[in-house]
Design a protein around this ligand. Structure first.
Ligand SMILES: [Zn+2]
Length: 215
């Protein structure tokens, strides 16, 4: 029997300038990034220092603070960048925000994202995530749930004690509330570890007591 000495590792990273929660998932030397905020050079430095091979990038949605380094990293490493195609229209809108943070703008010849389907995806060999479509904050927003590891990435659909904005381009308050109630009704275990797009992490149980929108 093979030993399970290469269990995947999940890590929340706050790349400079600190704003967005990125999640690095590794198994052995292979890595994927969720919400690649920050600069390509900083990610390269980190990947090189740890001897990691970047395999893919996933975004929870198409706002600039969740895709910032994705197009250029995907180009550099010749790997796919997955984004629900409903959010493709938001990409060009990202540059104002990136400029505000002093980050490089996304150029016209950027690496196009690959559409993300809902259902179960294998992000690294033997590491599966359920893609939960969660429109409302943006039309193509998704959450990623790792049932085997009890981890949920909500993007900006939900925070520990509030919900995402619905007044930005593509936002829809009704759709957001429906996405949140769909998650609530999935009845995930209270101890499920939740990483949000911004701010502190939580659990499903914490959100049940601290988040008035989570119902
Ligand atoms: Zn957002």
């Amino acid at each position: 029997m093979p030993q399970n000495n290469d269990a995947p590792n999940f890590e929340v990273l706050h790349m400079p300038p600190e704003n967005t929660n990125s999640v690095l998932v590794t198994r052995g030397n292979d890595a994927v990034i969720f919400d690649a905020w920050g600069q390509v050079a900083d990610w390269e430095k980190l990947l090189t220092a740890r001897g990691l091979r970047l395999r893919a990038i996933y975004s929870t949605h198409g706002h600039g603070d969740h895709i910032a380094a994705a197009p250029m990293l995907a180009e550099k490493y010749n790997i796919p960048w997955f984004l629900n195609s409903e959010d493709d229209v938001l990409i060009s809108w990202s540059n104002n925000l990136l400029k505000y943070f002093g980050l490089p703008e996304i150029e016209n010849d950027y690496r196009r994202p690959t559409d993300l389907e809902s259902g179960t995806i294998e992000i690294l060999p033997g590491v599966f995530a359920d893609v939960i479509e969660s429109p409302g904050h943006t039309p193509g927003g998704v959450m990623y749930y790792f049932p085997e590891f009890g981890i949920l990435l909500t993007g900006d659909t939900l925070f520990r004690d509030s919900c995402g904005r619905y007044d930005l381009p593509g936002g829809d308050a009704n759709a957001l509330m429906q996405s949140i109630s769909k998650l609530y009704e999935m009845n995930l275990p209270d101890e499920t570890y939740v990483v949000h797009g911004h701010g502190v992490d939580s659990t499903i149980g914490m959100m049940k007591t601290e988040n008035p929108y989570f119902k």
